[in-house]
Structure formats: C-alpha cells, structure tokens
Design a protein around this ligand. Sequence first.
Ligand code: IPD
Ligand code: CA
Ligand code: CA
Length: 250
Amino acid sequence: IPWNEVALETAREVEKEVMPLFGTSKAGETMGENVSGDVTKYVDKVAEDVVLSRLQPLGVNVVSEEIGFIDNGSDYTVIVDPIDGSYNFAAGIPIFAFSFAVFKGRKPIYGAIYEFATKTFYEALPGEGAYMDGKPVKVGKPERGKEALSFYTRGRCLGLIERVKRVRVLGAIAVELTYLAKGALDGVLDIRNYVRTTDIAAGVLIAREAGAIVTDERGKELELRLDATSKTNVIAVNDRYLLDMILEEL
Ligand code: IPD
Ligand code: CA
Ligand code: CA
C-alpha cells in the first residue's frame, strides 16, 4: 500500500470537506461523546467520515479518535486523528492538522501530518528520517536560556516556566510535534495524563526521525499503545539537557 499517497489524498479530501466550516459555530456543535470521553464536535464527525470511507476499501485496522478501534483482522493498523485541534478550528484559530500513523503489527512503518493552514505535509519514514514537503528536517539545537517550549501541565511543573525563554501552547499537539521536528520549538510536553495515541502517534514518529528524544514522565522511551482510549504523558525534546531539566522539575 502506498501510504504516502493514501495519507496525502485523505488529508486533501478532509481539507476540502472541512475548510468551509472553519471558524463557524456549526463546526463546534456537540455531536456526543467519543470513546475516550471527550466531546465529538460536528467538524470531528465530518472529518472522520471522510477518513473512514477512504480507508475502508483497504481492509486495514483503524484506530480513529472519535469512533475508536475498528478491527479488520489486518496486519496493518492506521492510527488517525482526522483533525487535531478541533477547538482551534471551530474558534477560527488556524492551528490544526490531520494526523496519520501506520503500524505493521506493533512496528511503526509510516507517519504523516498535514497542517492545513500552511498546506505543509510532514512525514516520518522510520529508520530513514523525517521530511517536510519531501525535504529532510532535523530538530534544532537549543541555546541555553533561549529555549522555546510547549507545555501542557495543568498546574504541574510550573518551575519550568522560569527556566526557559518562551512558552508556546498552541492547542494542537500534532502540529506542535512537527514544530519540534523542524526546529521551531525545542520541546513539547503534556503531563496531564491526557493525550491519546491518536493525538501523538504520527507526531512522535516524525519528531523521533528528526532527532528528538521522546519519553514518558520518568524519562523512559515512550511506547505508543495502539488503542483509542489509553491516556499518557509525553515529553519530547531536542536535547538531553532539556529532558533532565524537565524531569528535575516534575
Ligand atoms: C486536542 C489537541 C490538544 C490537546 C488536547 C487534545 P483534539 O486534540 O491534541 O493539543 O491539548 O488535549 O484533545 O481533541 O483537538 O483532536
Ligand atoms: Ca487529537
Ligand atoms: Ca481530533
């Protein structure tokens, strides 16, 4: 299966269906509760319907943020968030993305994120690298005292704010992980025990391939669970000293 084509074509179709709803109250209407206990907005439903009908003919397993796990008995599992950052989308904040990761058994084989506002397509080819519109990307090298972090903590670890220069919390962790991958952020952490694999799978693959260190809250390499309901903490940084600093503050 040509995963890059499937990912890009699906993203483009989601874009076509959802963009007319950008910044509208219709987009934010509540449709019910999803499998992880979060609300499903109208835009989530529109986007997910596109994804499911695109993937259905492939016969693969799908883990999608709203509907959960669809087991088709395949070796392949696609972990997808049709739209990450749906609050931003409905509120008219242009930071949201399509997130798509493929596993064969438990092994990651492909990851992609499409950022709608900039029409940027990020990819991870495990073992080969991370790409932005086909060109290799690498994490940046932080300068001490000049770091930029995205930081979801719900009151934990606030000492960190004083130890870095910039805090940017953008509301779409898939996008933020691509910013880490391309060197625009030095770290992304969510320690609310709240993110799901659908939020971070592709972003973690892309960030890792770009050279990031991605761990749990103990500093152990983060393992992605292939379901729609487990919640986790994640720390992703471009340098070991930042990881140590974060762990010290936790
Ligand atoms: C959200 C984004 C955001 C995170 C929220 C998630 P959604 O995903 O990933 O960064 O802070 O916890 O719910 O619901 O907009 O797909
Ligand atoms: Ca999400
Ligand atoms: Ca979502």
